[in-house]
Design a protein around this ligand. Structure first.
Ligand code: HEM
Ligand code: CA
Length: 669
């Protein structure tokens, strides 16, 4: 079958290399990770050579016009013109990328069956059987590690139809309940998560199934042009560019600006900065009274849980802090200059924390070094490649990166400056209700709290706060995020676990027993009665059961996909903070200041009154990582941003860089 994909011989490859010998459950995998002469199979790229995908005739919803490119020093808001050869790459409202072709069973209509044609067990049932709750605090990492991951996610992607706890995306749809629904909410293209009658909780709550909008149907009308396979759309810029703070369009960005001093709009409460109120409260918040806070940020999900909101507010305050500092250093800069420079620095700091603090913990520093995600250098990295597609991969966002839902903790501990904990919030009491963070000292206590309490460990267990009580909004029961993850991947037609094993150079399983190389025997047995055939096992499911690769927080197949994603996200971003691309780059002095930043610095600089932090905020406090006064946490200096008159220029400029501009197929006219 022609999926509209083709495979260029050696295009944009990240040349992934993995440890050559790993042992899981006694098996020796030497050769699997390095089995392709030290690299994985070449990538498959969707073919963009169909009619007018990047402009030209045949506009559909995927071809909305973008402004013409000017070779500006700053990023656009929608991500356009980052790639000058292909200005639509990575823009907001453009399709996800894909590593493996989709496997829709049904011509986009009927409920899904497996790739071998069998009916699939209900996602809710799979969730309940394979991903129960078992408290196991992570021995080393703090809850901030999980929480920053959600910030990264919200910067990178947002699928149309994403569950936000609102009736229009998830509802009871037993035939009788469905009939009682208003006409316009009965989407004919939905298919239910079928909850078996004997599920006591869901029957009791009357929540017997969940309904999904089949996003594929929407996009197949607009984007299925030429030989381009239908693909889901992501609403935010694919780049790691703090679009969750600034918005993903010019209009959105303008609406968040104060237009004074380069600042973002805030609402001051007792002298503390909070985001402005959201005019669309009822769509994004669950609140009991009109007085309750519901914020406007660059991302519609910002109110989803208190710790997420705390990070969003810290990012907002960091922008305004930078704008204030820059105004002090360069009093002659106008609002626009201050705003753009502060934005550029804030994005760079976020990229530095993501790539140098966060990813090495998640993927292992050895792995990130080897695959060009991190460098040991005081120089520029010179690694921008115009022929790498930065689009967020459906395989990543709809399966692999959701594994970190395992790290969510059900309770949020509050910690005072002495690091004693006096209280905890129940997560499901505060979904979509951020008011709690404004009360008393909660903002600081939550900020310290997530950098003090452990995250839940990376395993096959998920807290019931998200598998039974998600978005419960005062009811006794809510939704099941794991079931949603599974169902969403069906909706997006992801290939099966076995396909991804193969793609990543792992042995394809021919029997269920073959999965025992990476998956514990009990889970393998469960898989064998939940699925008819090894090829039916879903990527979300199999990947989440794999043993964790030592030195990382994921199993080998997710490791492979997530590494690939973050390679593309950096190397395909012309504005990546340390790549030294002419015209857009910081000076080397500036880059090296940004490299001094850290998650702990973000807290020290922007919480209300946090006076001390451990230096490595994603790591639990220990003798090796003790709480110290904030003055001892390294801080980037903005001195290199002081504008010096011509002739006095001492900072080294990026040199002309010799990129290999191999012209990829999709640029061909
Ligand atoms: C308290 C923490 C979190 C909650 C309550 C939460 C909840 C959710 C919900 C409701 C969705 C939408 C599901 C759907 O309709 O398909 C979602 C999507 C997602 N989540 Fe989480 N999540 C949390 C943390 C995280 C973390 C830590 C990560 C990764 C590091 C993550 C990664 C993702 C990804 C990749 C998606 C899909 C994004 C897209 O639309 O492309 N989440 N999450
Ligand atoms: Ca973005």
């Amino acid at each position: 079958q022609d999926y509209g994909f083709h495979q260029p011989s050696d295009f944009g490859s990240s040349k992934l290399r993995f440890p050559s010998s790993q042992s899981y459950y006694g098996a020796d995998f030497s050769g699997f990770f390095g089995g392709h002469g030290g690299r994985r199979p070449a990538h498959q790229f969707p073919s963009f050579s169909g009619s007018g995908y990047f402009g030209g005739p045949g506009f559909g919803i995927c071809d909305s016009p973008i402004a013409p490119c000017t070779q500006g020093k700053y990023r656009t808001y929608d991500g356009s013109c980052n790639n000058l050869g292909n200005p639509r790459l990575g823009v907001a409202n453009s399709p996800y990328g894909r590593l493996l072709p989709p496997k829709y069973s049904d011509g986009l209509q009927a409920p899904p069956v497996s790739v071998t044609g069998h009916n699939l067990t209900s996602a809710r049932q799979i969730s309940a059987i394979l991903f129960p709750d078992a408290k196991a605090p992570d021995p080393k990492w703090t809850l901030a590690l999980m929480q920053y991951g959600q910030i990264i996610t919200h910067d990178m992607s947002l699928a149309a139809g994403t569950t936000q706890g609102k009736a229009h995306t998830t509802m009871c749809c037993t035939p009788d309940l469905r009939a009682a629904l208003p006409e316009d909410t009965r989407n004919p293209a939905c298919f239910p998560i079928d909850i078996p009658d004997h599920d006591p909780v869901f029957s009791e709550a009357g929540i017997r199934c969940m309904e999904f909008v089949r996003t594929t149907n929407d996009i197949s009308q607009g984007c299925n042009s030429g030989n381009k396979a239908a693909e889901q759309i992501s609403a935010v810029t694919h780049y790691l560019d703090s679009s969750n703070v600034y918005g993903s369009s010019q209009q959105g960005a303008d609406a968040r600006r104060e237009f004074q001093g380069g600042r973002l709009s805030v609402e001051l409460k007792h002298g503390r900065q909070f985001p402005p109120p959201n005019n669309n409260k009822s769509a994004v918040c669950d609140h009991l009274s009109e007085e309750e806070a519901c914020y406007l940020t660059g991302d519609i999900r910002a109110n989803q849980n208190p710790q997420l909101t705390v990070f969003q507010i810290l990012q907002l305050r960091e922008h305004n802090r930078l704008a204030g500092e820059l105004a002090r250093i360069n009093p002659h800069w106008d609002d626009e200059r201050l705003y753009q420079e502060a934005r550029k620095i804030a994005i760079a700091e976020h990229q530095a924390v993501t790539y140098y603090e966060w990813l090495p913990i998640i993927l292992g520093r050895e792995n990130t070094d080897r695959n060009g995600l991190t460098y040991n250098t005081q120089d520029f990295t010179y690694d921008y490649k115009e022929n790498v597609d930065p689009s967020v991969l459906n395989d990543h966002a709809t399966a692999a990166f959701r594994f970190f839902h395992t790290n969510i903790a059900g309770f949020l501990r509050l910690f005072d400056e002495h690091r004693s904990s006096y209280e905890a919030l129940r997560l499901s009491d505060h979904f979509n209700r951020p008011q709690i963070i404004e009360e008393g000292n909660n903002f600081d206590d939550l900020a310290r709290g997530m950098h003090t309490q452990p995250q839940e460990s990376s395993d096959k267990f998920f807290t019931t706060e998200i598998t039974w009580f998600l978005f419960r909004n005062g009811r006794s029961l809510g939704q099941d995020l794991r079931a949603i993850d599974i169902q969403r991947a069906r909706d997006h037609g992801l290939a099966s676990y076995n396909h991804y094993r193969e793609y990543c150079g792992l042995p394809k399983a021919h029997s269920f027993e073959d999965f025992a190389d990476l998956i514990d025997p009990e889970s393998v047995q469960k898989l064998s009665y939940l699925y008819h055939h090894p090829d039916d096992v879903e990527f979300t499911v199999g990947g989440s059961l794999e043993a964790i690769v030592p030195g990382t927080l994921v199993g080998p197949t997710f490791l492979c996909i997530i590494t690939e994603q973050f390679y593309r996200t950096r190397v395909g971003d012309r504005f990546f903070f340390e790549n030294g691309v002419k015209d857009t780059s910081f000076t080397l002095e500036q880059v090296n200041e940004i490299r001094r930043g850290s998650i702990s610095r973000l807290i020290c600089d922007n919480a209300d009154d946090v006076k001390s932090m451990q230096p490595r905020g994603f790591e639990q406090i220990s003798q090796d990582n003790p709480v110290v006064p904030c003055s001892l946490i390294p801080a980037p200096s903005l001195e290199p941003w002081r504008e010096i008159r011509q002739g006095e220029h001492t900072a080294s400029q990026p040199q002309a860089v010799d990129h290999e501009f191999t012209f990829p197929f999709f640029f061909k006219k």
